[in-house]
Design a protein around this ligand. Structure first.
Ligand SMILES: Nc1nc2c(c(=O)[nH]1)N[C@H]1C(S)=C(S)[C@@H](COP(=O)(O)O)O[C@H]1N2
Ligand SMILES: [Mo]
Length: 319
């Protein structure tokens, strides 16, 4: 790889202090009650008082009934184990390099088959009524996380631009900043990274435009300042750092499908019954566990809400 790796932050400098603080907290709680009870409190307390990067806080965020009750993955893992290939293909590259991403000015142009094309400044997007949605994210690489995203339903934005009857699909085009993105010098994908959804998938209440996580604006490595989150599909459908949204008549060509059509399809619904040509999709590893594997659930567990979108479709062919 041609990617420069600064060696100034060694993990050993960070870890001991974290362990020490965690232990001290545990001892305090253990003194307050039974050890078992305290362990439960500790798990919940840890998520609530998670140390963050101290980015801008997002105010008046409603809790959503569409959240999973599963415990969120720790902030440090959510922000250090990432796929954002524009910044390199290693899991720690985005955390190292994405701070370079130029975030202002940032506008999202919304165009194509709509009555009222317009663009939205990021400041306007942050004024939409925000909700916290704790969703599972299942990567096509067979690992998963649980992330307290903050955002709003995509259909809210769509309604403002009034899609025409010709709008059958939505294309999401993401930022291409060659001067800040070391990864785009390599022809890993046909940059910019483009994703797409069928219009009914895009308008589904589970599909959100996401502007934050863990109470703060999005860290750059997670797709600042605005990204998509589509929780029943493999993670790569959730495009980061969106700059353009196009309502179109024909199914868009998405970046991963262009790169390798036999391995990645347009739909990419989480499906334990359809293996990737090079590995099984039946189980997944919940970050940060390395060995424990849990069964993958069809549509990532959101089947009750989304299976109807695919009635009559052969999901083995339309993977
Ligand atoms: N622009 C862009 N968006 C992207 C990617 C990418 O490389 N570039 N990776 C995708 C993949 S493979 C996954 S699993 C998720 C990861 O999101 P996270 O790092 O916030 O967990 O982002 C998706 N969105
Ligand atoms: Mo992924």
């Amino acid at each position: 790889m041609l990617i420069r790796r600064p060696s100034d932050i060694s993990p050993s400098e960070i870890t001991p202090r974290r362990c020490y603080e965690g232990r001290r907290e545990f001892i305090k709680l253990a003194a307050a009650g039974s050890v078992l009870g305290a362990a439960g409190l500790f798990a919940r307390g840890a998520a609530a008082q998670e140390k963050t990067l101290g980015l801008q806080k997002l105010a008046s965020v409603a809790k959503s009934a569409l959240s999973t009750g599963e415990p969120p993955t720790a902030y440090k893992h959510v922000t250090s184990y990432n796929n954002y290939y524009e910044f390199g293909t290693e899991k720690d590259d985005p955390a190292r390099y994405a701070s370079r991403l130029k975030l202002r000015p940032w506008t999202v142009a919304v165009e194509g088959e709509v009555m009222k094309p317009r663009s939205f400044g990021i400041e306007e997007l942050l004024k939409f009524p925000l909700e916290e949605r704790v969703y599972r994210l299942r990567c096509v690489e067979a690992w998963s996380m649980v992330i307290p995203w903050i955002g709003f339903e995509f259909n809210r934005l769509a309604r403002l631009v009034e899609p025409t009857s010709k709008a059958k699909f939505v294309e999401f085009v993401t930022a291409l900043q060659p001067e800040t993105m070391p990864g785009v010098r390599l022809p890993v994908l046909d940059w910019p990274y483009v994703e797409g959804l069928r219009i009914d998938e895009a308008m589904h209440p589970l599909t959100i435009l996401c502007v934050g996580l863990y109470g703060e604006v999005l860290p750059n490595q997670n797709g600042a300042p605005v990204r998509l989150v589509v929780p029943w599909k493999y993670g790569f459908k959730s495009a980061k750092s969106i700059v353009r949204i196009r309502f179109v008549e024909r199914q868009p060509k998405i970046a991963w499908e262009k790169a390798n059509p036999s391995e990645y399809g347009f739909y990419s619904n989480v499906n334990p019954n359809v293996d990737h040509p090079r590995w099984s999709q039946s189980r997944e590893r919940r970050i940060p566990d390395f060995f424990a594997r849990r069964p993958t659930v069809i549509f990532n567990g959101y089947g009750e809400r989304v299976a109807g979108l695919y009635a009559g479709m052969d999901l083995k062919k339309l993977y």
